[in-house]
Write a protein that binds this ligand. Sequence first.
Ligand code: OOG
Ligand code: NI
Length: 472
Amino acid sequence: MVQNWDQNGLRARFCHSLSELYKTEVPLYGDLVDVVFEADTQAVHDSQESANIINPDDVLPSRHRVERHGAIRLGTAHELNTIRRMFSVMGMYPVGYYDLSLAGFPMHATAFRPTSQDALSQNPFRVFTTVLRMDLLTGKTRELAQRALKQRNIFTPRLIEILDMVDKKGTMTPAECTEFINNGLETFRWHSKATVTLDEYMLFKAEHPLIADIVSFPSSHINHLTPRTIDIDLVQQLMLDHGMPAKERVEGPPKRNCPILLRQTSFKALEETVYFRDTSGTFVKGSHTARFGEVEQRGYALTRAGRQLYDKILNQVNAEAERLKLKGNDYENALRSHFTEFPDTLSELREQNLAYFCYQLTLAGERMAKDDMAISEFGTTAVSLQALLDKGIMKYEPLTYEDFLPLSAGGIFNSNLGDVSQSKQLIMSAEPDLDGFQRLLGAHIADEFHLYAQMQQESLLHCKQHLGLHDI
Ligand code: OOG
Ligand code: NI
């Protein structure tokens, strides 16, 4: 039987419902969404008045305003595997492997997201999904964590029934789609009653606060949602103006003419009341900090070469910052000055193969294709892409980065933990474990570079076919 529901529509509905749920749970997130709207309205207005370059993809109304990502943290293979099945119903698949031990966390992650241009343009909702690495915990903590995780079930029985039914029949009725959303939301809902004792919680927290967050509660609460903005510096300023507890700095590359990858900031997690079990079966009052709001500005997707250059420059900046104890404006100045090494025009990024692009025919190119003139102009010999661009037959636009950055994620995690020592030897000397992650997941993780390269290649092929040329 053929799948009979609209995955893109279901994803959009789920994202919307989750956003509404989170606004009621964390009202400051609702304020953040308003601040983003205020900043974007002002940025669009300012860009119309001056000749500011704005990523055209950002102002497309279809993605703008509804765009969100969220993040969850899981503990077991069953949880990860079931989340994979749940997201695939909404057309979200695991892309990219993130080794968070690089940033001092005993965790690794992937992002579930739509993978085709069409699905991304309909609704790009994605969920950064972290899994605790048991191999990076000390023996006693591991044992307690495994025990706590074993006794919880983060999925409703009805959700599991629907997933089994989808696997078997491949179809869902409209009523089942609604049930899927309502039951799916339960996995992400906050519960203030912990499943562990205060002593156990303190033991987890002493080893790493994120262990406590992952294993102490009965659901895998969504820990933040993130709207996308076109001017993150303005959002940061407005957060401060509104007295919101903004993180100290924006993560990622500095502001540039050609924005690359991802820039992120957040408001810090709030301290919330939680109740811990005590041995007599009653509850004692305590607190936990976990949930926050984040903002992101997306730039261009970089090739492997572009990403290597980005990582090299960022490492230089961070080494210098450590050596000279740079903070605040001094850090920002060092970042800006080192990043002048990264080319900042579209033509350089393309010619040096640093970013990915989508190629299209120009109006002149369309005319040529329609009249079958390319062959008579160029004959049957291969014609270079550069020649077609120079002659105004083809044009290009950068592809947007749809993924995440481990060090930037680390900065977001950290600003929401208070002061934690990050120097645990076991974690810092860990190796990435993609195979281990895929085993828990029960599926392969797609390589993000491959997906962008494929989109670029398809756009070239499309132009070539339209022009009737053999090779470009
Ligand atoms: C995930 C943090 C990473 C991002 O945007 O880089 C993340 C978490 O806090 O669980 O969401
Ligand atoms: Ni995030």
